[in-house]
Design a protein around this ligand. Structure first.
Ligand SMILES: Nc1nc2c(ncn2[C@@H]2O[C@H](COP(=O)(O)OP(=O)(O)OP(=O)(O)O)[C@@H](O)[C@H]2O)c(=O)[nH]1
Ligand SMILES: [Mg+2]
Length: 448
């Protein structure tokens, strides 16, 4: 995406927060006001803006930053999280085709970008090794037939259209037959955007819907309309079910934020975004990625990962505290440590050092020990991968012959390594059991 004023404003804000010495009441208020200004400028509606900043403010006051995270970093993290939430959450839309042939119908008002997006989608799925066919049912716009035909030729998609025809339903019927005959996996149906009036347009969309019986109706909306996108979505929803939204021209508007949040609030799911006129300028909408870019992340991304891993780690610690400990617990623990990445010395500080075999304890970590510990964790991870679920959940069944089998599963792993891991597990379990009796000492174990 080309640099835009929204990214610039957010990047400046992030840098400012980074430069703060500490966050007092006045600074917090100022930062929140600045966030509001930026979002309003991006055409996000006032109530959404308010709910975002309110959530950040409340969480900043109520939640404690995880261990090792400064309050500045925590504020940035909350900003990131609340923006992602407002943009529909962390989940990435599923763009798999659930059956073959799959019928995808595009609708939208004049100039929203349907025809261009039809070709972009075709290319997107051709790259994923699907046979894709395009049907042009637009009989209103002069040149619609040639526009899509040319695009189809460029990307090697099958094309069907009838130049000069005035009967979109007939074209559709013939087009569907043509595509079935050619064993196409995905059929994309482009429709008209121009019409005598809006009602006629919507009625035609409905008629095409009834005839095509599409598996998915995708509404194409031009993001430059900003928060008006919600009204458009709702108008179409009255005539045909809208399963997903393709938001175009995200590259050429400062109102992208408004378009995104308003579509999401209307209950529709954004699947794709268009980020340029070129046929390859299509992306699956990923709120995480979008917000990362918005905030000029890079190292902020590392921060988010780190906080997530710390949270995961403390969840595991809770499990351990409850006495639910098996090798799966240890597997999860190693995964979260690995996710935190280097420097490992920092990470090992997060672990209660009493849990590590003596030679790896954080208190006396030099570089060599760090890399030894890293190597050990990697080996242990391989070992755990070679175990069956039953063994992970019930380590007591692991006898000598199982140990030999497990060691064979990982390159360079010896039975001694497996025993070392089992010893670590036994040690941890013993300690947990011992210390469970004493809350105070247990508190020290989980690093409280
Ligand atoms: N910058 C930019 N331009 C886009 C994008 N998507 C489409 N366009 C442009 O928007 C204009 C309209 O696109 P079309 O695909 O013809 O729109 P349409 O919805 O088919 O229009 P009608 O057929 O008249 O209803 C064209 O100039 C496209 O190049 C995008 O993601 N970014
Ligand atoms: Mg068109």
């Amino acid at each position: 995406m080309a640099p835009n004023p929204l990214i610039e404003a957010f990047t400046n804000l992030v840098n400012r927060i980074r430069g703060l010495n500490y966050i007092d009441e006045a600074t917090l208020k100022e930062v929140l006001r600045e966030i509001q200004r930026i979002l309003l400028k991006a055409d996000v509606s006032a109530d959404v803006v308010l709910s975002i900043t309110k959530a950040i403010e409340e969480r900043f006051r109520q939640e404690k930053p995880p261990q090792g995270i400064t309050s500045k970093e925590f504020l940035l993290y909350l900003l990131y999280q609340e923006l992602v939430k407002a943009l529909g959450g962390e989940e990435i839309p599923n763009v798999n085709i659930s059956k073959r042939p799959y019928r995808l119908m595009l609708i939208g008002i004049e100039g929203s970008g349907k025809t261009t997006s039809a070709a972009k989608l075709a290319r997107f799925y051709i790259k994923r090794n699907l046979r894709v066919g395009l049907i042009e049912t637009d009989t209103y716009r002069p040149g619609a037939y040639h526009q899509l035909k040319q695009l189809a030729e460029k990307i090697n998609a099958l094309f069907y259209g009838e130049e000069g025809s005035k009967d979109p339903i007939a074209i559709l019927r013939h087009g569907l037959e043509h595509m079935q005959r050619n064993r196409v996996d995905l059929i994309i149906i482009d429709t008209a955007g121009r019409h005598k009036n809006e009602e006629e347009l919507l009625k035609e969309a409905k008629a095409i819907y009834d005839e095509a019986k599409p598996d998915e109706v995708m509404l194409v909306i031009d993001a430059t309309v900003g928060r008006q996108a919600a009204a458009q979505t709702e108008a179409f929803m009255k005539y045909v079910p809208i399963h997903s939204v393709f938001l175009t021209k995200m590259d050429s508007t400062a109102k992208a934020g408004g378009a995104l949040t308003s579509v999401i609030r209307s209950g529709a799911r954004i699947k794709f975004i268009g980020v340029g006129e070129d046929i390859d300028e299509i992306e699956v909408f990923d709120a995480n990625k979008y917000v990362s870019r918005l905030l000029g992340m890079g190292d902020l991304e590392a921060l988010v990962e780190k906080i997530r891993a710390i949270e995961e780690e403390s969840k595991i610690m809770e499990e351990i505290e409850e006495g639910k400990i098996n090798l799966l617990t240890i597997k999860k623990q190693i995964d979260s440590i690995m996710k935190l990445g280097p420097p490992l010395s920092k990470i090992l500080e997060l672990l209660p050092s009493s849990m590590l075999p003596m030679q790896y304890r954080a208190v006396m970590l030099d570089e060599e020990k760090v890399s030894n510990a890293q190597e050990m964790l990697r080996r242990w991870r391989h070992i755990l991968d070679s175990m069956t679920k039953e063994e992970l959940l019930n380590p007591d069944i692991i006898n000598a012959s199982r140990i030999r089998r497990i060691a064979r599963g990982g390159a360079g792993v010896t039975p001694k390594d497996v025993k070392e891991l089992l010893n670590y597990y036994q040690l941890m379990k013993r300690m947990v059991n011992q210390l469970k009796k004493s809350r105070r000492r247990l508190g020290r174990l989980v690093g409280e």
